[in-house]
Structure formats: structure tokens, C-alpha cells
Design a protein around this ligand. Sequence first.
Ligand code: SAH
Length: 398
Amino acid sequence: MKREVTLKVKGKFVNKYKNGYPLIMKEAIININDASEEGNIVRLVDEMNHFIAKGYYGKQNKGYGWVLSRKEKEQIDQSFFTNKIKDAIKIREPFFQSEDTNAFRIVNGEGDGLGGLTIEYFDGYYLINWYSKGIYEFRDYIVNALKELTEFKAIYQKKRFDVSGKYIEDDDFVTGERGAFPIIVKENGVNFAVYLNESAMVGVFLDQRDVRKRIRDAYANGKNVLNTFSYTGAFSVFAALGGAAKTTSVDLANRSLSKTIEQFSLNGIDYESQDIKVQDVFHYFKYAVKHQLKFDMVILDPPSFARSKKMVFSAEKDYKNLLMEAIAITEDQGIIVASTNSSAFNMSKFKSFIDQAFKETNKSYKIIEEFSLPKDFKTIKEFPEGSYLKVVFIKKMQ
Ligand code: SAH
């Protein structure tokens, strides 16, 4: 049994938690230091000691733990986790039935009532991401639930809370039959090489599935496409399959070259007919301007925060400038796909960056369409920050 600690919610936050807010925040709790051990069960009460909710203590970049239940008598035990995961899997039934997609998320943290935890499915392999030591304390329940509810080839894990940077332990393998990596998964009929045993980034970010499909099906044909912060080139592969005249992928990580070649090759695309540059995106913009290169479509999908040799990029501070660089090398009537996974700002702030960038370059624009997280990344209205993905297709006008 885990130790249970009672945490008193400050008056002005009581309604927030009563209304379903799931994240335990330091500033909302009078006696946060009473929860001293990761994995402590916490009871949130108001100043009159009336029960509000229960959850667990687990320090994460975002907060100090998550609400798990609003029923005072509910035990946080094996059947609690099994039921939550069962419900989560049920909602994803259409994904399990899909013939052309076998990589998707089955548990999306607080969206499925289990903050601090995500589980993804990759063609019979399950990948658990633990975002705090606190949730990791419940690992046996969660792994047992998967054993009971699913037929898996193997389960792998990422201890995202381990800041040593060396969180690969025993190849991240948990149980089952070890995979031979890469495994090849399918997304809307396209192949991806996935490595569950290498690092936190396994080869593909599943949250962009709908955006990739849209680019392939409705935008890419005949277009000259620039994909910046391209990682394994997932957007480039979809653009090429959608008939792009050419794709150029730019990422400063050395691994991106071989990984992008691998993705093109897995899909029958001659990578030599595409451009793959291992380069700082900001250098590439200067190079493109100098050589008067212009693109019909420019994809911007930077990390929220990145440090390179010369500079620090923060989406919140620098997205406007990134857009201005992109505008300069986009053809008139061309499309900029502006994407961000930063939870530091919402869609309306993101649109204000877009507006400022066009104003400062004296160009006009039209927003053509918008995307947020796909269905398998379930979110709840009580926690809008959880809906972090914002993607805007922008047409550059004269
Ligand atoms: N757009 C990708 C995911 C991007 S992940 C996809 O759809 O799969 C972020 C990537 O940005 C990483 O691969 C990282 O190497 C790269 N990166 C970070 N800073 C960069 C910079 N200044 N120039 C180029 N690439 C950068």
C-alpha cells in the first residue's frame, strides 16, 4: 500500500479542482511538502477538509502529480488501472481495426484519466512513456493491465523522468519477445522504421498523422517542398508519395541523414532524387535567400525549445522570426505549414505570431485550414493545455 497524504487546496483553486482540473500544481496546495515520496497517494481537500479528489504525487516538468479519481472510496489498485486502460483501448477500437494504420496512441495521459503516462501501439509492440518517478511507482499495475488486456509481441518503456540522459536500460525492454529493430509500421499505407530501443524519439511522431495525410492527399502534387526540422523526414515521405516535384529535408542532427534515406527507401522513393541536408535550419534559410531558392510549400515543425551551437530557439519567443524567414523563401500563392507542439501558448497566440510575421514582411496571407491533435490523442476540456498541437496551413498572398 502506498502512503496516503492529505493535501489542502488553497481557497482560490478549490473550484478549479472541483470542476475537473487534473494537474496538481505547487502553487495551488498549502502543504505540498507533506507529499514527500514519489508515488504517494494524495487526497485533495478544501480548507474545511472536504474531499475533492485523489491522485498521486509525481514531480514532472509540468507539476506535482495528477488527479486520478473523484470518488473518495475508490482504491487506486490493480483494478483501477486495468479499468482505465480497458476504457482507453475501447475508444481506439477503430484504430485496431484499420488495415492501413498500425501505429497509434492507446493511452494519452490525463486525456484518459492517467496523467503522467502515455502508451503507444506499434504493430503489436507497446511503448510506455513514464513522465515521473511517481507514475513509475505504479508500473506493475500498468504492465499487468497490458498483459491482461492485450496480446503483445513485447512491451518497451521510456523513463522520461530520468534526466541523466541515459535512460536506456536493458534496451528499454520490459517483457515479451524482444523485437528486431527497426520494426516497420504502417500509417495510412506508408511505411515507417521504428526503433523502440534507441532513445525517447522512436522514429515517428504519431500526433502529426492527419497533417501528413492531408499534405500527401491535397497539397503535394507537383510542388517543390521544403521540410524544416525534418527529423526522419516523415513529412517529406508523405509529400513525395503525394507527387511532390521534389522535397528538401533540413535537420541539424547527423542521424537525420541515414534515417531519412531509410524512410524514403522503405517507401520505394529514390532518395537521390530528393535533397537531404544536415544543417542548421537558420543557415539554410540564408543559403536559400542567397541562391534565390523558392518553395511552393514550406513545413515548419520546430521543437518547443532547442539549443544549437550558436543559438537557443524557443517557440514562444522565436516563432514569429522563423515564420518571417519562411515567408521570404515561399512563392506567392505558396503554402506554409506552421506547426508547434508548445503548450506555452494557445492557438490564438500562435495566430498572432503568424499575423505579426506577415505584417512585418508586408505580405498578406490567408489561413486555409487548421489541425490539432488526432483522435487517439484524447484530450479533456478541463485541461486545455493538454491539447498542445497547433498546425496552421497558410497561403501566402501578394
Ligand atoms: N518535424 C519532425 C519532428 C521534428 S523533431 C517530424 O515530423 O517528424 C525536432 C527536430 O528538430 C530534431 O530532429 C532536431 O534535430 C531538429 N532541430 C532542432 N534545432 C534545429 C535547428 N536549429 N536546425 C535544424 N534542425 C534542428
